[in-house]
Design a binder for this molecule. Structure first.
Ligand SMILES: *[C@@H]1O[C@H](CO)[C@@H](O)[C@H](O)[C@H]1NC(C)=O
Ligand SMILES: *[C@@H]1O[C@H](CO)[C@@H](O)[C@H](O)[C@H]1NC(C)=O
Ligand SMILES: *[C@@H]1O[C@H](CO)[C@@H](O)[C@H](O)[C@H]1NC(C)=O
Ligand SMILES: *[C@@H]1O[C@H](CO)[C@@H](O)[C@H](O)[C@H]1NC(C)=O
Ligand SMILES: *[C@@H]1O[C@H](CO)[C@@H](O)[C@H](O)[C@H]1NC(C)=O
Ligand SMILES: *[C@@H]1O[C@H](CO)[C@@H](O)[C@H](O)[C@H]1NC(C)=O
Ligand SMILES: *[C@@H]1O[C@H](CO)[C@@H](O)[C@H](O)[C@H]1NC(C)=O
Ligand SMILES: *[C@@H]1O[C@H](CO)[C@@H](O)[C@H](O)[C@H]1NC(C)=O
Ligand SMILES: *[C@@H]1O[C@H](CO)[C@@H](O)[C@H](O)[C@H]1NC(C)=O
Ligand SMILES: *[C@@H]1O[C@H](CO)[C@@H](O)[C@H](O)[C@H]1NC(C)=O
Length: 884
């Protein structure tokens, strides 16, 4: 939850009120019993004594300071008398909060002394690595209002005794390995407002009393407990104040109970990834006036979708993909005023897609692939100014492509393949952001429009399996393509040479008898008048063609290009290439020589290799890859080898030797890495180009995180892994090494690489599973490098802090950013852009993972800074340095 901090403060405050009511204050301040009352600070020190605190987060806890001044301790008084009163008597009206989340703590949670701290109201031990069961003694913390033990490494059953925490308003036990039943006794916690048990191993049936009695709950999360196997309890409908309900991925079966429809306060309803079946009750949606997000995806729902969804006037996300819904999508859905996302793919919806009110609609994403929609593509789809993705593949859409299809200034992805569209491909000219255009498997005719060559970021074009005629326009050569599939059309003439020269891009041409001059095609076959190339070039081309042929065809089938066995020192070594580059295994082995080393990282040295044809590639010899079989390595590499994105460096192949040693071959870019650039004596690249680098890197990460068929994490993002091409177009390298060396070896190598530790998110040491937010952190560090023009490890020569700390300190000291922004470009616009980027970078490098933005949001924010009107200045201008 984004509101955590605020919620905690509120809770703390309400605890204060509670404690200051006369009856409770009286009972708490009548301590004249037998034993000497132990000072709270002694209790806290005794609690601390059983903890392991490797990072020294609790060093300030000492007898010489009042405990209210200790780090991670907050004291709040009811009468507003200041928080410094710790240590003395009269603490009964002080509410104490302990916020120990994310400190790398382990050891034993000594709940017994802790719970005797008077007024302990808020306790968070979240995101630490305790390895124990939920401490029973916590049930004695009678004044506790908020208990957060999420992702704390807890296991075992959930003790019934927690029901004794009568003041509890918020209980978060998510992300542990807690097992067994949810104790029905928790129903006694009548004041509970937040209950989060998501991501555990809870099982059994949920007791109805839980829902009947917890009527004050507004947040309930039972998601990702795959053994819960229960029907949705009708009593859920009695929790009238429920605003957030997360039940996804928990094995729920059966239908949606009618009672659920009464929850008028619902803002988020997530029932996705269960085994729910049946039709939705016809009144579904009628009472959901406040619903912002509905997710019913990946279940077994069937029947039509109720029209009452049009009452959900606040709805932003509608996700019902992966069910068996039939009939039309309710007409009212499309005109909901705030709707951003419609995901309805993989259902059996039919009917027409309606025209939208382009002026009023705020839709960003419409995904309706694999249904039975018919009729034409609405003209208005591309005119909605926020539309970013429109995919409607595998339907029965007919008619022609609207020429307005990507008039939206945001439109990036269009996939209408596998329909019955006919007519010409229109001259798309205003698609400034179009990245991917898939029109394959239709009945389109006419030529491929030359205007496609003028779309600035178009990267994927698939127009295969249509009836297109004419030549492949030479203009396409000006695109930075990752994939061009024109196979199975009636194209003729010569393939423009730069589309098929060099290693890249991946071009698929087969099934066009009239084409010539490309891989797998006759050199001159269908071409009447070959252009006047000299004889020599023709031969060279033919030779290239021959060597490309196998590779490219095999790649089209998703298989390997080449796999050669070599014999070196008695061992069998296997070389696998995903692109037909000219290298033999012997040459590769010979080139892995110290004189060719161009870099070193945590996972091994990087070598520069010159191929027979003069091209350069880079090879990284992985250390610590010892124990994986060829098969396992091959499978991982295959996933990485299929990535095609203009901002991701291509994996060209790899070499595996019997001992399990793996060398990975990447494309190499002449300009070197971003780190080289930053560490050069003068880093004089202008802000516009730096922004372009940032956007490119961010786009590459979005692709890995969200758009590639398998969700990938980078996990080793740093400026030396950002390679730079022409015009500073970046390519991210070094992806997915963790998959090859295994997680354990990966983590230990990373930990040993002190030079780069500043790119690693602080939570890495105490989180079991790596997350995309760790990549966001690393990206934030790179963004800071671009903004400050300083290297990440040691931005200031007289100080050994890393860039994140350096920047934060300066912001604190100077109360502003004037001394942080690189003065390379002092124009007002650039300084403003840098300032905005700085704010974004600070969010990305937030210590709290949940405060970091996702990469797609980062891209959108950065693109806003890159105003389309400002054309890039010629290099001579952007290179001007204005160092003080
Ligand atoms: C518990 O702590 C974690 C980590 O700090 C935080 O993400 C989560 O929102 C907290 N839970 C509640 C209910 O505040
Ligand atoms: C404790 O904090 C209070 C309020 O912030 C401050 O006035 C006081 O000087 C601090 N005491 C010590 C010993 O640091
Ligand atoms: C937790 O403790 C058990 C037994 O004490 C040990 O086998 C296990 O490896 C520990 N787990 C972690 C993650 O440290
Ligand atoms: C639920 O509330 C009722 C009274 O409203 C009470 O009698 C019952 O004991 C409660 N159930 C549990 C399990 O606490
Ligand atoms: C298409 O959707 C149906 C459900 O209606 C699903 O069973 C099928 O797997 C989907 N096909 C693809 C290729 O995803
Ligand atoms: C377009 O849709 C087709 C069919 O659903 C799918 O196979 C293809 O991968 C999609 N293309 C892109 C670029 O996502
Ligand atoms: C190119 O298009 C053909 C025909 O639609 C298809 O069989 C092939 O898989 C496509 N290749 C790629 C890499 O998308
Ligand atoms: C490979 O496995 C052996 C024994 O299982 C172990 O001793 C060795 O450390 C492992 N090597 C690596 C690089 O993980
Ligand atoms: C993780 O722990 C290691 C040692 O245990 C430490 O050197 C490193 O700085 C820690 N990393 C982070 C990001 O805190
Ligand atoms: C900057 O100041 C804030 C509060 O004013 C503090 O929490 C933070 O730790 C400071 N950062 C550094 C790096 O000193």
């Amino acid at each position: 939850m984004a509101t955590t901090a605020a919620t905690d403060i509120l809770l703390l405050f309400s605890a204060v009120l509670l404690l200051s009511t006369p009856s409770i204050a009286a009972s708490a301040s009548a301590p004249a019993v037998a034993a000497m009352p132990v000072q709270p600070q002694e209790l806290l020190l005794s609690f601390k004594a059983s903890l392991n605190d490797p990072s020294g987060a609790l060093l300030t806890w000492s007898r010489s300071t009042p405990y209210c001044n200790w780090s991670h301790v907050t004291c709040t008084t009811a009468a507003g008398g200041g928080g410094g009163g710790g240590g003395g008597g009269g603490d009964a009206d002080v509410a104490v909060g302990l916020s120990l989340q994310g400190l790398g703590l382990s050891g034993d949670i000594a709940a017994e002394p802790l719970c005797r701290v008077p007024g302990l109201a808020v306790l968070s031990l979240a995101s630490n690595t305790f390895n124990q069961s939920v401490p029973l003694e916590l049930s004695r913390c009678a004044t506790l209002v908020s208990l957060n033990l999420s992702s704390a490494g807890l296991w075992g059953p959930l003790p019934d005794q927690l029901a004794m925490l009568a003041s509890l308003a918020s209980l978060d036990l998510s992300g542990n390995d807690i097992e067994g039943q949810v104790p029905p006794g928790l129903a006694a916690l009548r004041g509970l407002q937040v209950l989060d048990l998501g991501g555990n191993r809870l099982s059994g049936v949920l007791h109805p009393a839980l829902f009947r009695n917890l009527t004050g709950l507004h947040f309930l999360d039972l998601s990702k407990n795959q053994f819960l196997e229960s029907e949705l309890p009708p009593e859920l409908g009695e929790m009238a104040g429920l605003r957030w309900l997360f039940l996804q991925g928990s094995g729920f079966t059966g239908g949606i109970p009618e009672n659920l429809l009464q929850l008028e306060q619902l803002e988020v309803l997530d029932l996705s990834m269960n085994s729910l079946t049946g039709a939705l009750p016809p009144a579904f949606g009628h009472n959901f006036r406040k619903l912002l997000s509905l997710d019913l995806s990946q279940n077994g729902f069937s029947g039509p979708f109720p029209n009452e969804i049009d009452k959900c006037v606040m709805l932003q996300r509608f996700q019902v993909q992966g069910n068996g819904f039939t009939g039309e999508l309710p007409a009212g859905l499309w005109s909901l005023p705030d709707l951003r996302v419609i995901r309805a793919e993989n259902n059996r919806f039919s009917g027409r897609l309606p025209e939208l009110s382009a002026a009023a609609s705020r839709l960003e994403q419409v995904q309706v692939d694999n249904n039975s929609f018919s009729g034409e593509i609405p003209r208005s789809i591309g005119m909605v100014r926020t539309m970013y993705r429109f995919t409607a593949s595998a339907n029965q859409l007919a008619g022609s492509l609207p020429d307005t299809l990507c008039d939206s200034p945001a439109m990036s992805i269009i996939n209408v393949s596998g329909n019955s569209l006919s007519g010409d491909i229109p001259e798309f000219t205003s698609c400034r952001r179009l990245v991917s255009l898939s029109l394959s498997g239709n009945a389109l005719t006419g030529p491929i429009p030359a205007s496609l060559g003028g779309l600035p970021v178009l990267t994927y074009i698939d127009v295969s399996s249509n009836g297109l005629t004419g030549a492949i326009p030479a203009e396409l050569q000006s695109l930075k393509l990752a994939l061009l599939n024109v196979s199975y059309n009636h194209l003729t003439g010569r393939v423009p040479p730069s589309l098929v020269s060099g290693v890249l891009p991946a071009v698929f041409l087969q099934g066009n008898p009239g084409l010539c001059g490309g891989p797998g095609l006759p050199a001159n076959g269908g071409c009447d008048a070959p252009p006047s190339t000299n004889h020599h070039q023709g031969l060279a081309l033919a030779a290239t063609v021959a060597s490309f042929v196998t590779g490219v065809l095999l790649m089209a089938l998703g298989a390997f290009a080449v796999c050669r066995r070599l014999h070196g020192g008695g061992d069998t070594t296997k070389l696998v290439l995903f692109y037909p580059i000219k290298i033999t295994g012997d040459e590769l082995l010979a080139a892995l020589h110290d004189k060719n080393v161009i870099g070193r990282g945590a996972f091994g040295k990087v070598y520069l290799i010159e191929l027979q044809d003069g091209q350069n590639v880079a090879a990284k010899k992985l250390i610590g890859s010892g124990n994986q079989t060829f098969r396992a390595v091959k499978n991982h590499m295959k996933i990485l080898g299929k990535i095609r994105h203009k901002n991701i460096a291509r994996l060209l192949g790899f070499c595996y030797s019997q001992g399990g040693e793996v060398s990975v071959i990447y494309e190499h870019l002449k300009m070197g890495s971003l780190q080289d650039l930053i560490c050069a004596p003068k880093f004089t690249v202008g802000w516009n180009d730096r922004l372009r680098i940032a956007i490119g890197v961010a786009q590459g990460l979005v692709y890995l995180h969200h758009d590639y068929t398998i969700r990938l994490l980078h996990r080793d993002l740093k400026s030396s892994n950002v390679l730079l091409g022409d015009d500073f177009e970046p390519k991210v390298a070094g992806i997915g090494i963790d998959r090859v060396v295994g997680d354990k070896a990966y983590r230990s190598s990373l930990a040993s690489d002190l030079n780069y530790s500043c790119y690693i998110a602080p939570e890495v040491n105490y989180t079991k599973k790596p997350t995309h937010l760790m990549d966001v952190y690393s990206f934030g560090v790179i963004l800071l490098e671009l903004i400050t023009g300083k290297p990440a490890e040691q931005p200031a020569s007289d100080d050994s802090v890393d860039i994140v700390r350096w920047v934060r300190r300066r912001i604190n000291v100077t109360d502003g950013s004037s001394q942080i922004l690189d003065p390379v470009d002092v124009s007002h616009a650039a300084q403003q852009g840098m300032q905005a980027a700085l704010e974004l970078a600070l969010r990305c490098t937030s210590v709290m993972p949940d405060q970091r933005p996702a990469m797609d949001e980062v891209v959108r924010s950065l693109q806003l800074l890159h105003s389309p009107q400002t054309l890039p200045l010629p290099p001579s201008f952007t290179g001007v340095a204005l160092e003080p």
